[in-house]
Ligand binder design. Structure first.
Ligand code: ATP
Ligand code: MG
Length: 402
């Protein structure tokens, strides 16, 4: 089997092998390599106990990532860039008491035990240049499922999801990322076990959901999640009509979430996303864009755009254009007007108004709310007619407002 993988990883496999231990590339890194995708992390599974791994790599930089779970991270380097490799001892998980964490972890000398605890067949293969035959250890038909583009549980789906309900979300996330289907029996298990998602921490749920939503095949995966009663368990108020629009949007979390909540009142969206602990920057961006999405488009596109810029600022206007375009509105005139307006440097906020609060105070306006009110009205006038943004003109106008 032809395997393309970093020399740094090979050195780690060599080091363990020379010290008399078994060592394999495993899990997502092997899956992605076989798919011709660049893995974002490298995992090695080994018969060496954590202390033995540490001893083999005593001359290298290592981190004890989780000695209890048997993981030692070797800080390797590939072509000058750091490449952390997680080296984990073969292990068996004990009973799962809380639908998420095994109560105990036991090391095992047998790679088959280690592979059988893993969630999906395509994530449960191992490969080593020193392995038998072509070096691939594939006990559950992972290679075949990879070719058929299928996510399938190792073992009995319902049991595996009862052990750890996070696996349910991982199944749909992988389907979204890899553009895979999910095996019917695995989906049936997910359907039955969906209520167990209540026991998973909101951070873990949101991490999986974020990755699903920003993946190339998000629409198909989310549709399956709805059909299987999974999405409703983790997220309410979502508007299904946004799902087919996802593919028309760049893979940015805020834009894609905005599409999914397009028909939900903005206050409600704010509540739902905050409850899911999405970062404040993301929540604000979603809400700011949605707030502009339903503003009727003015026939006078330059004026309409200036009004939007005043209401939400450049980023929100750009996002709202992207969203409205994805939902089939013709935004070409607005896009052009936006580009021109930015190029011209139209004043659409108080910071760029040619008159300041200080100027108004000099005119004799008492410091306090009156100043803000007048500045707001001056800005309104400038939005309607940008040629008004000159100090003398604004002073004259301000005097009529006193
Ligand atoms: P990615 O890194 O893209 O999330 P991955 O498959 O590498 O995908 P990791 O979370 O890095 O996922 O885990 C590495 C491997 O550990 C997986 O491929 C799988 O074999 C196993 N694994 C991870 N999480 C679980 C889980 N909840 N239940 C069973 N096995 C798991
Ligand atoms: Mg990984």
């Amino acid at each position: 089997m032809q395997m393309q993988y970093p020399c740094a990883v090979r050195e780690i496999l060599d080091g363990l092998h020379e010290a008399g231990y078994e060592a394999y590339i495993v899990g997502g890194s092997l899956r992605d390599t076989l798919l011709g995708r660049e893995p974002h992390d490298w995992d090695v599974t080994t018969s060496a106990l954590p202390e033995q791994t540490l001893s083999v790599f005593r001359h290298r930089r290592t981190i004890l990532t989780g000695i209890k779970h048997g993981t030692v991270t070797v800080l390797a380097e590939e072509n000058g860039t750091p490449l952390p490799v997680e080296v984990t001892t073969y292990r068996i998980d004990g009973d799962y008491l809380d639908a998420r964490h095994p109560s105990t972890v036991t090391f095992t000398p047998n790679i088959a035990d280690d592979l059988s605890r893993r969630d999906f067949t395509v994530c449960a293969m191992a490969w080593s240049p020193y392995g038998e035959g072509d070096g691939l250890v594939d006990l559950f038909g992972g290679r075949e499922d990879l070719d058929a583009r299928l996510i399938r549980c190792v073992g009995e789906p319902e049991m595996r999801f009862r052990e750890d309900a996070l696996r349910i979300l991982r199944a749909y996330r992988f389907a979204a990322q890899l553009s895979f289907d999910i095996d019917p029996a695995t989906r049936a298990g997910a359907r039955v076990c969906a209520p167990l998602l209540a026991r998973i921490s909101v951070e873990r749920i949101t991490a999986e959901l974020s990755r699903t939503v920003t993946s190339p095949n998000a629409a198909a995966a989310l549709t399956m999640m709805i059909e299987d009663g999974v999405l409703g368990r983790i997220c309410t108020d979502l508007d299904q009509s946004g799902i087919p629009r996802l593919a028309a949007l760049p893979p940015e979390l805020a834009l894609r979430l905005a599409a999914l909540f397009r028909r939900t009142p903005v206050d409600r969206v704010n509540g739902v996303l905050t409850g899911l602990r999405f970062p404040g920057t993301v929540v604000r961006r979603v809400c700011a864009a949605l707030a502009l999405c339903d503003v009727p488009m003015d026939r006078d596109a330059p004026l309409g755009v200036r009004r939007l810029l005043r209401a939400g600022g450049q980023a929100a206007v750009t996002d709202s254009m992207t969203l409205r375009g994805a939902f089939g509105e013709d935004v070409s005139a607005y896009r052009l007007a936006l580009a021109r307006s930015l190029e011209r440097g139209d004043c659409t906020d108080l910071a760029h108004l040619a008159l300041s609060g200080g100027d108004l105070a000099e005119l004799g306006v008492p410091r306090g709310p009156d100043i803000g009110r007048i500045l707001g009205r001056l800005l309104d006038a400038v939005i309607e007619d940008p040629t008004q943004n000159e100090k003398e003109k604004l002073l004259t106008l301000a005097k009529t407002m006193l």
